[in-house]
Design a protein around this ligand. Structure first.
Ligand code: NAP
Length: 486
């Protein structure tokens, strides 16, 4: 197996599959697969193609390790997580280069992602020391009631390609903090970032078997082994709603706990009384981060009719100045899309809107192989594809509205409920919207909402459970109560 990274990046001096604390250079099948840079198509690395046998082995090792890891103290686990946090900070540049090479985002964004990703290690190191039980007043004098918390146990974690470091640490850090062992399957498109995180955790002192990383082309084969094994007590997944639903169904057979971070369809609402400059800056962050390939990306930009023209011009000015290209080049603001299917989807959304009468304000074309121009369309209505599906690309669709009641109903008119953004100076309206909008994450005059301290997650078809915050560790803990006669 060869590694073609353009630097001798520390976190990946060793590589392969990471099973039971060992680096495995050959898959059982003998097959391997290439990881490519989406900006150039160049092969970044070639990895063994793991599948069912590797997943079975990883689960065996996790079951063994669970016995000891599950009884370690919180402060012990906290020290390992905190050391991994420090290592990730130390190697942020190298890790960011891996992210950019396999995922495409500009280096500055990759560095920001590594910072966000490492913050989960730090946050959950703290939470590991705060796994509290309770005593409950009993109704009889000779009784005591105690509530205790234990780790859920062996956890199967499945992560997507769009934030290949942060989506891993957002799951692995709380699981480890709670005392769970983890078998991780990262996206086949971005396995190197996950392997690098595992390598840093190993260096930080994580015992063998507590975390394994199985990479491979057959996601369903790996997932099926996790789902079919009754010893895996928890599935935590980030990805599409379609795959998430199938994992929920399959988890029912062995009644596994599930956490699901699924798709979004975020409304971004601009009222006429808003600070429009702040709203335009906020939209740029909420729309263009990771070339729009984010589950919390603003997908429907609702603008009150009185300021629709002015606001559309402001965002077109900003988006028109962004430089598109290879994320490894310093001057680049917007990277490639992940693959041809992603480009096709953006193109289809633009064509459908324009064919049905929307106005093209900026962009609309593919640029070379893997890139799409930042694009703005106005006069969009709720029936157009772009208003009904997650675009996952650099397309801002502006939908005019007239009243608060109307925009709340239209914003909620989707099966998704992940993130919503609204810009207004009216405090009363903020509180009304907070209650009425059916979205788990709300940016109020704020386009940048992801932090480790806050509970991240969606309502409706956007998911189950929360990641981050004090809620994040709850997902990996069981509750038992003791009724004690004294
Ligand atoms: P995806 O196709 O569902 O893939 C996500 C992960 O699931 C990947 O590791 C994938 O493996 C794996 N997978 C696919 N089919 C599987 C199966 N049958 N069994 C087990 N695993 C399977 O989603 P994606 O296109 O990579 O990610 C984009 C989606 O994720 C968007 O909808 C986005 O909104 C959502 N997302 C949500 C959040 C959130 O926090 N709510 C965050 C980020 C992204 P391979 O890649 O190897 O096929």
């Amino acid at each position: 197996m060869t590694l073609f990274l353009d630097h001798d990046v520390h976190p990946l001096r060793e590589n392969g599959l990471f099973i039971g604390g060992e680096w495995i250079a050959r898959s059982v099948s003998g097959r391997s697969f290439d990881v490519r840079n989406p900006a150039t198509g160049a092969v970044v690395a070639t990895l063994p193609d793991g599948g069912a046998p590797e997943t079975e082995e990883a689960i065996e090792r996790a079951v063994e390790a669970q016995r000891s890891w599950g009884t370690t103290t919180g402060p012990y686990r906290a020290r390992i997580l905190e050391r991994a946090f420090e290592l990730m900070e130390e190697h942020a540049d190298g890790l960011a280069r891996i992210v950019t090479q396999e995922q495409g985002k500009p280096l500055a964004e990759a560095i920001a992602e590594v910072g966000y990703g490492s913050s989960f290690l730090h946050w959950f190191a703290g939470e590991a020391e705060r796994i509290y039980g309770r005593t409950v007043p009993a109704s009889q004098e000779n009784k005591r009631i105690l509530v205790i918390r234990n780790p859920v146990g062996v956890t199967g974690a499945i992560t997507p390609w769009n934030f290949p470091v942060a989506m891993v640490t957002r799951k692995v850090a709380p699981a480890l903090a709670a005392g769970c062992t983890v078998v991780l399957k990262p996206s086949e498109l971005t396995p190197l970032s996950a392997l690098a995180v595992a390598s840093l955790l190993k260096e930080a002192g994580l015992p063998n078997g507590v975390l394994s990383v199985v990479c491979g082309l057959d996601a369903a084969a790996i997932g099926d082994v996790m789902l079919d094994d009754g010893r895996v007590r928890k599935i935590t997944f980030t990805g599409s709603t379609r795959v998430g639903k199938s994992l929920i169904r399959r988890s029912a057979d062995s009644v596994k706990r599930v956490s699901m971070e699924l798709g979004g369809q975020a409304p971004f609402i601009v009222f006429a009384d808003a600070d429009l400059e702040a709203a335009a800056d906020g939209l740029l962050a909420a729309k263009m981060r990771n070339t729009g390939q984010s589950c919390i990306a603003a997908n429907r930009v609702f603008v009150e009719r009185a300021v629709e023209r002015e606001f559309t011009r402001m965002i077109a000015d900003r988006m028109g100045r962004l430089r598109v290209g290879n994320g490894l080049d310093d001057a680049v603001d917007v990277g490639p899309l992940i693959n041809a299917a992603a480009l096709d989807k953006v193109e289809r959304h633009v064509r459908d809107a324009v064919d049905r009468g929307a106005e093209l304000v900026l962009g609309s074309s593919r640029l070379r192989e893997a890139f799409f121009e930042p694009t703005v369309i106005a006069g969009v209505d709720d029936g157009m594809l772009v208003a009904r599906e997650e675009t996952f690309g650099p397309l801002a669709a502006v939908l005019p509205f007239d009243t608060e009641d109307e925009v709340v109903a239209r914003a909620n008119g989707t099966e998704y409920g992940l993130a919503a953004y609204y810009y207004t100076r009216d405090v009363g309206r903020v509180m009304r919207l907070a209650d009425r909008l059916e979205f788990g994450i709300q940016g109020v005059n704020d386009g940048f909402v992801s932090v480790a301290q806050a509970p991240f997650g969606g309502l409706k078809h956007s998911g189950l459970g929360r990641e981050g915050g004090s809620e994040g560790i709850e997902e990996f803990l069981e509750t038992k109560y003791l009724s004690l006669a004294v």
